[in-house]
Design a protein around this ligand. Structure first.
Ligand code: IMP
Length: 427
C-alpha cells in the first residue's frame, strides 16, 4: 500500500510541482493536505504552462482522482477560476473531490489579511494576502465555515451571524466599509451550485482507496520553514506543510506513508519577511534570481535568493522523515565558477547543525560554508546520473552525505521530461 508524501524542505517554491507531476503519472490518486491558494505550482508539459493553486497536479492526467483534503482552506472563487482555466486547457475535472470538512476562505478573510498586513508596518509577515491566516485563525477559533456548511440550509444564517461580527472588526478596528450580506450570500449560492457535485467525505473515499492498496500521492504546499510549528515563527504560514500534516489533513492513518520525498532546490529562496542565514544580497543573488526567474507564481514578488543551506535541509529530513530527496534547479546554478553550501551556523562562536527556534539566534547565525567548483554547459538534455558534470555529482553526493538521505530525482530543466531519475518510486 504505497503512500508517498512530497513536501518542500525549505521555504516553499522548491519546484515541488514538477516532481509531484512526475510521481502523479504513477499514482492512482493525488491528494492535497494543507495550505490554500497561497500555493502556486507551475508545471510545463510540451511547452504548455499550467499554474495550479488548489487543484492537485494529478488533474493533468485526465480523470485521475484528485482530492482536496480537509486540511486545505479553499477560496471557492479562486477554485472555480482555476477549474475554468484548466478546462479551457483541456483538463478533465470529473474526478475532482473536495472535502466537506475543508474550511472556506471568505471575502472577509482576504480583506482582513490585507488590512492587518498593511497595519502591521515593520511587523508585517509579507503574506500572500489570500486570506489564509485569518481563515485558519477562524478554524482554530471555531468560527469557520466549511464546505459542508455551504451545502446546508443553515448556511445563510451562519453567514449572517459571522458577517455581523466581521463587519464590526472591519468598521470599528480598521475604519473600513462593511461587507454586504445579501451580495455575499448570492455569490456563495452560485458557488454552491458550481461545486456541489465535487463536495464529499474525502476521508472515507481516501480510506477506501487506502484499503484497496491504491498508490496514494500526497502533495504538500509551501515548505518546512513555513510550518506553523517548526518554521521561522511568526514568519510562517498557518498550516503544516511537513509530512506530519498528511494524516490530519486527509483523515488517513499516520502509517499511510511509506516514502517521504523532500524537495530541495539546489540553492535557497524565500518570499516575504523573516531571517535567512545564507541570503545573498549581492550580484550572485541577482544572478540566481534572473537565471532562475525567481518571482512568485502567486504574487509575482521577487524571491530572496541565497546558497543552499543544509542546516535547513537536515532539519527537514529529521522533522519530516525524508526518505528521498528530489533536487531541483541544478541547471539554474550552472555557469557559476564556485558554489557554496552552508553546513553549520556559528552562533556566538559555537557551531551548530541544528536549526534554532529563536529568531534572535537565527539572526545572529553566521553561515559556515563549504565551497565547490561550479559546473558549466547545458545539462538539460542529461537523463543519466553519470552523464552529469563531475562537479555537479560532487555537489549531489555532498548533500547525501551531510543529510544521510539519497537524492532520487534531479531536475535539470523546467520541462516534465528534464529530470534525472536515480531510483524507482511506488514499488
Ligand atoms: P500566507 O501563507 O499567505 O499567510 O503567508 C505567510 C508566509 O508564507 C509569507 O512569508 C508568504 O510569502 C509565505 N508563503 C505562503 N505560501 C507560499 C508559497 O507557496 N511559496 C512560498 N512562500 C509562501
Amino acid at each position: 500500500m504505497p503512500g508517498i508524501a512530497v513536501f518542500g524542505a525549505q521555504w516553499g517554491d522548491e519546484g515541488k510541482g514538477r516532481f509531484v507531476d512526475f510521481l502523479a503519472s504513477e499514482a492512482d490518486v493525488v491528494i492535497r493536505y494543507q495550505g490554500g491558494n497561497n500555493a502556486g505550482h507551475t508545471i510545463i508539459v510540451d511547452g504548455v504552462t499550467y499554474k495550479l493553486h488548489l487543484i492537485p497536479a494529478g488533474v493533468l492526467y485526465n480523470s485521475k482522482p484528485c482530492v482536496i483534503g480537509n486540511g486545505v482552506v479553499i477560496d471557492p472563487e479562486s477554485l472555480i477560476e482555476e477549474m475554468e482555466t484548466l478546462k479551457k486547457q483541456g483538463a478533465t475535472l470529473d474526478n475532482l473531490m473536495i472535502s466537506d470538512r475543508a474550511h472556506m476562505v471568505m471575502p472577509y478573510h482576504r480583506l482582513l489579511d490585507s488590512l492587518s498586513e498593511d497595519d502591521a508596518g515593520e511587523a508585517m509577515i509579507g503574506t500572500t494576502k489570500r486570506g489564509i491566516g485569518p481563515c485558519y485563525t477562524d478554524k482554530a477559533a471555531r468560527q469557520g465555515l466549511r464546505m459542508c456548511d455551504l451545502l446546508s440550509d443553515s448556511f445563510a444564517e451562519k453567514l449572517r451571524v459571522l458577517l455581523e461580527q466581521k463587519n464590526m472588526i472591519l468598521t470599528k478596528i480598521y475604519g473600513g466599509e462593511p461587507l454586504d450580506y445579501a451580495g455575499m450570500l448570492e455569490q456563495f449560492m452560485g458557488y454552491k451550485e458550481r461545486l456541489r457535485q465535487h463536495i464529499c467525505d474525502t476521508s472515507l473515499i481516501c480510506y477506501d482507496f487506502y484499503k484497496q492498496g491504491k498508490k496514494l500521492l500526497f502533495e504538500g504546499a509551501q515548505g518546512m520553514l513555513l510550518d506553523i510549528d517548526f518554521g521561522t515563527y511568526p514568519y510562517v504560514t498557518s498550516s503544516h506543510p511537513t509530512s506530519g500534516g498528511v494524516s490530519i489533513g486527509t483523515g488517513l492513518p499516520p502509517a499511510v506513508l511509506t516514502d517521504v520525498v523532500g524537495v530541495v532546490k539546489a540553492y535557497t529562496t524565500r518570499v516575504g519577511k523573516g531571517p535567512f542565514v545564507t541570503e545573498l544580497l549581492d550580484g550572485t543573488g541577482d544572478y540566481i534570481r534572473e537565471r532562475g526567474q525567481e518571482y512568485g507564481t502567486t504574487t509575482g514578488r521577487p524571491r530572496r535568493c541565497g546558497w543552499l543551506d543544509l542546516v535547513i535541509v537536515g532539519f527537514a529530513a529529521r522533522i519530516g522523515g525524508i526518505t528521498s530527496i528530489a533536487l531541483s534547479r541544478m541547471d539554474t546554478l550552472g555557469e557559476l565558477d564556485r558554489v557554496k553550501v552552508c553546513v553549520g551556523y556559528d552562533i556566538d562562536g559555537k557551531v551548530t547543525k541544528n536549526y534554532p527556534a529563536s529568531l534572535d539566534d537565527i539572526a545572529s547565525a553566521k553561515p559556515v560554508y563549504k565551497e565547490f567548483d561550479g559546473w558549466s554547459g547545458d545539462i538539460s538534455h542529461i537523463r543519466e546520473y553519470n552523464g552529469l558534470p563531475q562537479s555537479a555529482k560532487e555537489y549531489v553526493e555532498f548533500i547525501e552525505s551531510e543529510t544521510g538521505v539519497g537524492v532520487g530525482m534531479i531536475g535539470v530543466g523546467p520541462e516534465r521530461s528534464e529530470c534525472v531519475l536515480r531510483r524507482k518510486y511506488f514499488v
